[in-house]
Ligand binder design. Structure first.
Ligand SMILES: NC(=O)c1ccc[n+]([C@@H]2O[C@H](COP(=O)([O-])OP(=O)(O)OC[C@H]3O[C@@H](n4cnc5c(N)ncnc54)[C@H](O)[C@@H]3O)[C@@H](O)[C@H]2O)c1
Length: 289
């Protein structure tokens, strides 16, 4: 049986548990050799063993994504083990909730260093290797970008930064044959489940992502394992050759729908009258049925 990722080598950061461990297993099942990175080396080793026991190819790395030299080492290890770097899944992240006036600067700095700088450092290192190969794909896991989820402003801002990075890097890297996309998964694993509690200041208002009055929220009515498998299918699609040419997009999983956010450039009439704007936008942006 052939897999969509046969012959490819993929790094998954933060793959010692949660979404990352599931992504690594699904990517290996799809035929890729996987470098399982996690700052928790024991967990990375365990996920690596599990993949090998299931017949896949994997190696473990315990480097931290927030350090540029260690990010280089993650990429170097993939090249040394498997001979190429065809995919990078930037999944490692920290999460905490706090009201702005209560947040702790050290926690904020830690979150930004892992969620934003970590993605940048791993992406910079990967782009050097992929540019030499003139091929490769980067998939950034980018949560809650543009979200108004309470107590999560710093986390949402880190997702917003990664979304912007994705759009801009896609333009830079398309000239060397490398694609960059991002995915916003639904809130369904350990990190966020632990934080799903009523807002103590607003007991009348749960303010959780599965609020029935907010059907637009990122929710999947299924188990964490099923949610991971659904997100993994999107990642594998973006990593494999079937998505050739697709770059610079953010894919959100909204209930049973995929929402693809890009940077559509719409030609507008020369005088920019209201009619020109309407003619340019009508039929391009979806309107409610
Ligand atoms: N949990 C959710 O509900 C949810 C929802 C949407 C998106 N996401 C995103 O999915 C991704 C994974 O989330 P999760 O819930 O599985 O997280 P998790 O906390 O279960 O796992 C994150 C992993 O990253 C590792 N890590 C932390 N700092 C690191 C560093 N400096 N270098 C290398 N590894 C490091 C941790 O050790 C951990 O194993 C994140 O990008 C997160 O933003 C999660």
């Amino acid at each position: 049986m052939t897999g969509s990722l046969d012959g490819k080598a993929v790094v998954v950061t933060g793959a010692g548990r949660g979404f990352g461990a599931a992504f690594a297993a699904h990517i290996a099942q799809a035929g890729a050799a996987v470098l399982v990175n996690d700052i928790d080396g024991d967990r990375a080793e365990q996920v690596t063993r599990d993949i090998r026991d299931a017949g896949g190819r994997a190696a473990a790395s315990a480097q931290s994504v927030r350090d540029p030299d260690q990010a280089d080492a993650i990429v170097g290890r993939c090249l040394a083990e498997f001979g190429s770097l065809d995919g990078l899944v930037n999944n490692a992240a920290l999460y905490h909730e706090a009201l702005p006036w209560e947040d702790d600067p050290d926690r904020v700095r830690d979150l930004v260093e892992v969620n934003v700088l970590g993605v940048m450092f791993c992406g910079m290192a990967a782009s050097r290797a992929m540019r030499r190969q003139r091929s490769g794909t980067i998939v950034n896991i980018c949560s809650e970008a543009s979200s108004d989820r309470p107590r999560s402003g710093v986390y949402a801002a880190s997702g917003g930064a990664v979304a912007s990075l994705t759009y801009a890097w896609a333009r830079d890297l398309e000239q060397v044959g490398v694609r960059v996309n991002a995915i916003c998964p639904p809130p369904r694993t350990r990190t966020m489940e632990a934080s799903r509690r009523p807002d103590p200041d607003r007991p009348d208002r749960p303010d959780r992502p599965d609020r029935p009055d907010r059907p637009d929220r990122l929710t999947l009515a299924c188990s964490p394992g099923r949610a991971s498998a659904l997100v993994a299918s999107v990642i594998i699609y973006l990593l494999c050759d079937r998505s050739a040419g697709i770059t610079g997009h953010l894919v959100r999983l909204l209930g049973d729908q995929l929402q693809v956010v890009g940077q559509p450039a719409i030609r507008c009439g020369e005088l920019w009258k209201v009619d020109d704007v309407a003619a340019a936008i009508d039929g391009v942006l979806p309107t409610p049925a």
